[in-house]
Design a protein around this ligand. Structure first.
Ligand code: DGY
Length: 336
């Protein structure tokens, strides 16, 4: 009887995803909690003659890794983002690439709102205030924040998560501005159905008019450093910036300067550059008054992380069996 194909998994993932793979394949799971370097992945894929590689967004999957096993048929990333995978190289080699879109849309939009509310209503500072035993009485001006209701929400990138984030603005009576590579009539109709009139504007106009700017673009050459010094200059000085997309979309040094000079009021970041952000990073001197940072947990609900694992396993299985992937990153990136 022939050996079952080997699948290399760079870190333990939750839920039934791995059990499902174990029923059919030889599954090798790396046990460390910190990410492997690219050479470790390359060596492991080669040593195990892996046919499938299940990776995370912290793993760099380049041509060297893709060439490490001549049997490698599929790379399945446990993430919607695939900026860490060299898609062109995979496509050239006929290696399928899977990702997990859709399933984390609403959970990530919830989290963009968590950051927005934390920044607007200064909840981290407020909690610290109580914990520091500074709550002496009700005070007329204590921790005044910004109103969210009736404010203008600027969405940069009206894809699935951007639209889901905008949709939540309906409950707050917000005005929605959005910018995207092109106008999105379907998305506008989706938002109109919940009573939102979403207006397509260019980035400059959006930055100048929005109380809250929420970023929802994938990381590409075009969006790397999209929000830099010039963009902060255009923003309102009472504006809040929320980033649940990728850290590199915001120029960290420019953000640091913008917060220092009160060019914007606050920023809420779930993603950073560098990531992870070390505790002694300069940027953190603005926290918590002007800055809230969370450790890239936008999609981290029990249910969503479990469903992501199932999707990643399903993509992997399809790739090994030579079937079309339920969620192909190559297809979604326009490469197939
Ligand atoms: C992704 O999947 O790309 C998110 O950033 C984390 O869930």
């Amino acid at each position: 009887m022939s050996e079952p194909p080997t699948v290399y998994v760079t870190r333990e993932i939750p839920g039934v995803g791995l059990d499902r793979l174990r029923d059919r394949y030889e599954v090798v799971v790396r046990e460390e909690t910190l990410p492997p370097g690219r050479s470790e992945i390359e060596a492991a894929v080669a040593d195990h003659d892996a046919e499938g590689l299940l990776c995370l967004l912290t793993d760099e999957i380049d041509a060297g890794v893709l060439d490490a096993s001549s049997d490698l048929a599929v790379v399945s990333t446990y993430s919607v983002g695939y900026d860490h995978v060299d898609l062109e190289a995979a496509h050239e080699r006929g290696i399928a690439v899977g990702h997990t879109p859709g399933v984390l849309t609403e959970t990530t939009a919830d989290f963009a709102w968590a950051l927005l509310m934390m920044c607007a209503r200064r909840t981290v500072e407020a909690h610290d205030h109580v914990e520091a035993d500074a709550w002496e009485t009700w005070e007329p001006t204590l921790l005044r924040g910004a109103d969210v209701h009736d404010a203008t929400l600027g969405i940069v990138g009206l894809g699935d998560i951007g639209t889901a984030t905008a949709r939540r603005g309906a409950g707050f009576g917000m005005d929605i501005l959005y910018t995207s590579r092109s106008r999105k009539p379907d998305r506008e109709a989706e938002l109109e159905a919940v009573g939102l009139d979403a207006t397509y504007v260019d980035l400059d106009e959006l930055l100048a008019a929005s109380d809250f700017v929420s970023l929802h673009v994938p990381l590409t050459d075009e969006t790397d450093g999209l929000i830099g010094a010039a963009e902060f200059e255009r923003m309102r000085d009472d504006a809040v910036l929320v980033n649940t997309a990728r850290g590199e979309v915001v120029d960290t040094e420019a953000l640091d300067e913008a917060l220092e000079a009160d060019r914007i009021a606050r920023a809420g970041l779930d993603v950073t550059d560098p990531e992870p952000l070390p505790a002694d990073h300069r940027l953190l001197r603005h926290a918590p008054e002007k800055l809230v940072v969370t450790p890239h947990i936008g999609s981290s609900s029990v249910e969503t992380r479990g469903r992501m694992a199932e999707m990643a396993a399903a993509n992997l299985e399809a790739g090994i069996e030579g079937e079309p992937l339920p969620n192909s990153a190559l297809r979604d990136a326009g490469l197939e």
